[in-house]
Design a protein around this ligand. Structure first.
Ligand code: FNR
Length: 190
């Protein structure tokens, strides 16, 4: 069986190292996982004024999440938390009330930073948010990727063998987790 995984890149920067990481993950994922990006860049800033009539960007986001079996967050750490753009996207997807797109949707979190902590603190914040949103999260392996220039080629290859093996393992574990969650919690089809 193949599974669709929608991935979020938490950075809006054109030269994002987390976008590079997402490209590496696509290459290293098992063939059963089909990765599709869920873009967040065009979303307006969320307010509940929109709840009565979601704009096209908000509906596209919710449709994109509904169309995948699981979601993967590839995010930087900005000021020891997740970037505002990513939080904004999560807020959009969690609403309107009673229509939370993350409920029962399996998720995993990964991120890269040049700093020693490798986005660990941002990931803890993101895990709190996803818990509140009732998304079953893969607890382990954790993946705090310390970025050094040259870690990824322009084509999205990982130049360091142990990192490549780890990322491959991470994606294989995510596949196993998705299978397990969907067996216990089959998606509600309306
Ligand atoms: C950072 N950076 C950073 N790094 C980190 O490890 N912990 C942090 O709290 C922060 N804070 C922070 C705030 C802001 C506003 C910026 C722009 C950057 C550095 C960050 O890891 C680095 O810029 C990465 O390149 C960000 O990932 P993307 O956006 O390139 O994917």
């Amino acid at each position: 069986t193949t599974y669709k995984v929608g991935y979020f890149v938490g950075s809006l920067a054109t030269a994002s190292i987390n976008r590079m990481l997402s490209e590496a993950l696509i290459r290293l994922a098992p063939p059963e996982l089909e990765l599709v990006e869920i873009p967040i860049k065009e979303l307006p800033l969320y307010s509940y004024d929109y709840d009565a009539d979601y704009p096209v960007e908000g509906r596209a986001l919710k449709d994109a999440i509904a169309s995948v079996d699981a979601v993967l967050f590839v995010t930087p750490e900005y000021n020891r938390s997740i970037p505002g753009g990513l939080k904004n996207a999560i807020d959009w997807a969690s609403r309107p009330p009673g229509n939370n797109s993350f409920a029962r949707k399996p998720s995993a979190v990964i991120g890269a930073s040049p700093g020693r902590l490798g986005t660990a603190i941002a990931q803890q914040h993101l895990r709190s948010v996803l818990s509140y949103c009732n998304s079953p999260q893969m607890n382990a392996p954790e993946a705090y990727i310390r970025f050094k220039p040259g870690l990824f080629t322009d084509a999205g290859e990982v130049t360091d063998d142990s990192t490549a093996r780890f990322l491959q393992h991470f994606m294989e574990e995510f596949r196993t987790f998705i299978v397990r969650v969907l067996t216990v919690l089959p998606p509600q089809r309306l």
